[in-house]
Write a protein that binds this ligand. Structure first.
Ligand code: 3HC
Length: 305
């Protein structure tokens, strides 16, 4: 048994200096990069509502949330770099479509209620997926998750509160909230990945204690959490087959449309092209900031040395 195998078997952390199988390193780079890309692209759907928020309070909350997502992306690119990859190469891979970001961010946000649905459903799903990652075997990733999860709970709560306000407002506001939940419910279930039997990485990721629970297990945990919350909101989840199964101790639910999931992953979602074009454009427009920061760092370095 190698030192790596001993550490994994003992449920201890693998640190950057530890010897690790290339495949372990590769799957961590893949997952952490995808996670970081998701945070950065994930700023777009809500970001468009910052200038249109209905009050100064809502604008301040949304600004803080979107800024947090940028920070999460930076923590995660930092965690990926401990594996010997270069952040610029990861961004090139995203811009050239060679690396993924979460399917959920390829959906539009036509109303203010979508901002609430994203907080409640997307950040809610992210928390269910990310809390187990705080116990991931790779140290830098697990530690980044601890801080991200703390901020994620604020994201989920502000979304829930925004929807609750609308759902208990005028009939038009209630309708807007209900329609947003119908737009985001099924895509948020897809955030947990394909069904276990179609998951290419789960078995190995669970053996390496990167993934602590299967895709379907976390998806079920999320659904079980959502149903009582939707009742408090007074909003209906768009699945007529949702019902408590006392024998299973979980909610039974309807079939997820995996053909939609595969379509969005193949680049044919409602906003895929728009999201990547916006990202590439932001990267190009931001080149001068990166150059200025690098020049400043060189000058400071020169002053010190
Ligand atoms: N979107 C895009 N691709 C997805 C996906 C999704 N929702 N779910 C799975 N995939 C891809 C996988 O990357 C893999 O493709 P690849 O081999 O070409 O990379 C394929 O589908 C098969 O899926 P697997 O189940 O085998 O893949 P994983 O073992 O990686 O499990 C995962 C998928 C559960 C998403 C896992 O990667 C994970 O836990 N990632 C970390 C969390 C994350 O990335 N969350 C994204 C949202 S971030 C967010 O919500 C920010 C919040 O602030 C809003």
């Amino acid at each position: 048994m190698t030192r790596f195998d001993e550490l994994i078997a003992a449920d201890e952390r693998i640190e950057p200096r530890d010897r690790m199988p290339d495949a372990y390193r590769r799957t961590l780079v893949r997952q952490i990069a995808q996670h970081a890309h998701s945070e950065i692209i994930g700023m777009q759907p809500e970001g468009r509502w910052i200038t249109r928020a209905p009050s100064l309070k809502r604008k301040a909350i949304l600004l803080a949330k979107v800024q947090d997502e940028a920070g999460h992306g930076l923590y995660l690119y930092g965690a990926a770099e401990t594996l010997g990859v270069d952040r610029d190469d990861l961004l090139d891979a995203l811009h050239e479509g060679r690396q993924r970001y979460s399917s959920i961010f390829n959906y539009p946000t036509p109303t203010w209620a979508d901002v609430g649905a994203i907080g409640w459903l997307v950040d809610g799903a992210a928390i269910v997926n990310q809390v187990p990652l705080c116990r991931c075997s790779y140290g830098p990733y697990a530690r980044a998750m601890v801080r991200i999860c703390k901020e994620e709970s604020f994201h989920q709560r502000q979304g829930f509160e925004l929807l609750h306000t609308l759902a208990h407002g005028t009939p038009a506001q209630h309708r807007m909230a209900q329609e947003a939940v119908e737009r985001w419910y099924w895509p948020s279930l897809m955030m947990f990945g394909p069904p276990d039997e179609e998951s290419t990485h789960s078995a190995q990721s669970m053996a390496w204690k990167i993934k602590r629970h299967s895709n379907d297990e976390l998806r079920q945990r999320f659904i079980d959490m959502l149903v009582p919350q939707s009742e408090v909101l007074g909003l209906r989840l768009p699945d007529p087959e949702l019902r408590w199964n006392a024998e299973r101790g979980h909610y039974d639910h309807g079939e997820i449309d995996w053909s939609e999931f595969r379509r969005v992953l193949a680049g044919d979602g409602p906003c895929n092209a728009e999201r990547l074009a916006h990202r590439r454009n932001a990267h190009e427009e931001g080149a001068w900031v990166r150059e200025a920061a690098a020049a400043y760092a060189r000058r400071k370095q020169g002053e010190i040395s």
